[in-house]
Design a protein around this ligand. Structure first.
Ligand code: SAH
Length: 401
């Protein structure tokens, strides 16, 4: 259930209510949110401008202000007439979110909690100078972005889905995460991973539109090969994405190499089992040169047995995939723990001995990224937007614990 007072009030049409009613409400109602230019393509912007009777070069100016110049407001588009800026401002905005908190420091991983215009929160994590995480030798700034508020997939180890699913992010909200972090840090992002909150392939149209805008030269200008979409395994959407024209990378949150293990921790496996998933991955491979990456969280006594390592090796070899092993990052209130370092090493060694490219990452950066969802959970619980999914307990992050 949506408990956000802002959300409920934003539905009101200001003009429809007598002033006295406002006095009864604790928070003044906000006008309905306007769409953001950051989520529009040049074709859409040009069509709108043509409707307004504006020449094509004006549309180009708006596109340039929105993306290349990253204008913080329509008011700031100074070479447009005041009248046109006013008309545009009645229909659009250029920003829809604010940075609520930033944790971490310049040289380490920084986690941004972003407040959306309906009062909800999402997280974005900036990981600096992370060498070759997803196949790139020189990535200097990797940003881990969210695609949804909450998540419907209910993976048993993950904080993002603990309070259920709220809504999809729009393409503009996905793009704006990058714009906000670049403005705050003064740095250009050169690598993006869709490993924040949410299941990107369950928000397919907004995510792929955002990727087009992020990739375009007129847009944000990030190379397609520097963007990785991570999925819990939505087989039909993986096939669909294989036919998407941009050469983005694919990561699969596998976390189990047999159906019995995967079924226990990832309900999505009951819908698309490993055979179906691997069928979709074979299709992906038939269409693309890039190697797939398997993410595999090691959880003690759940999926860290060496039998799983052998099965994983076989599956990875079949697709020539790379494996990223991630020691589980404990979430307070959940029963799972990370295995000892000896067990982690033994699991990795099975993969290496089988000739599979495998990395075991113990550094904090990715741990915090992988724990996306926990900050938002705490914030929305404290503000009373959602009820704590873990009664009497705060969700805390034990990165590297
Ligand atoms: N839904 C997509 C995108 C989220 S990615 C997907 O599942 O791929 C977030 C990654 O962090 C996933 O690989 C997820 O399995 C992992 N993750 C979630 N909770 C974690 C935790 N507590 N410790 C380590 N990794 C975690």
């Amino acid at each position: 259930m949506d408990r956000s007072p802002c959300r409920r009030l934003s539905c009101f049409d200001l003009r429809a209510f007598p002033v006295s009613l406002f006095a009864l409400t604790a928070t003044p109602p906000k006008p309905a949110a306007l769409p953001s230019l950051l989520g529009l393509t040049p074709v859409e912007i040009t069509a709108f401008m043509a409707e307004m009777g504006e020449p094509a070069f004006r549309a180009k100016q708006v596109i340039d202000w929105t993306f290349a110049k990253r204008a913080v407001s329509i008011e700031a588009m100074s070479n447009l007439s005041k009248g046109l800026r006013q008309t545009l401002a009645e229909r659009f905005v250029t920003r829809t979110m604010t940075i609520s908190t930033v944790t971490g420091s310049k040289d380490t991983t920084r986690k941004f909690l972003l407040k959306l215009n309906d009062g909800r929160f999402v997280e974005t994590v900036l990981i600096p100078a992370n060498p070759a995480l997803y196949g790139e030798a020189s990535d200097r700034h990797t940003l881990c972005v969210s695609s949804q508020v909450g998540c419907a997939y209910d993976c048993k180890f993950c904080a993002s889905g603990l309070a259920g699913f709220t809504r999809n992010l729009t393409a503009a909200e996905i793009v704006e995460q990058i714009v906000q972090v670049e403005a705050y840090s003064g740095e250009r992002m050169d690598n993006l991973v869709f490993m924040g909150m949410g299941e990107p392939l369950a928000n397919y149209s907004h995510v792929t539109k955002a990727i087009e805008i992020l990739n375009a030269e007129w847009g944000i200008g990030i190379g397609a090969r520097h963007m990785t979409v991570s999925t819990s395994g939505l087989a039909p959407q993986i096939k669909k994405l294989a036919d998407f024209p941009l050469q983005i990378r694919l990561a699969i949150s596998l976390h189990g190499a047999s159906d019995d293990v995967r079924n226990k921790i990832m309900p999505v496996n009951q819908k698309y089992n490993l055979d179906e998933l691997f069928d979709a991955l074979a299709y992906w491979r038939s269409k693309r040169k890039q190697h797939i990456t398997f993410e595999y969280i090691l959880i003690q006594d759940v999926n860290d047995g060496l039998d799983q390592a052998h099965r994983l090796a076989k599956r990875a070899k079949g697709l020539d995939a790379k494996v990223n092993l991630i020691p589980y990052n404990t979430v307070e209130g959940l029963p799972w723990v990370r295995p000892s370092e000896e067990r982690q090493d033994a699991f990795r060694d099975v993969l290496l001995n089988a000739g599979v490219k495998a990395t075991l990452r113990r550094e904090k950066g990715h741990d915090i990224a992988a724990a996306c969802g926990q900050l938002r959970l705490r914030q929305e619980t404290e503000l009373g937007i959602i009820e704590s999914p873990i009664p009497e307990k705060r969700i805390t992050i034990h990165a590297g614990a």
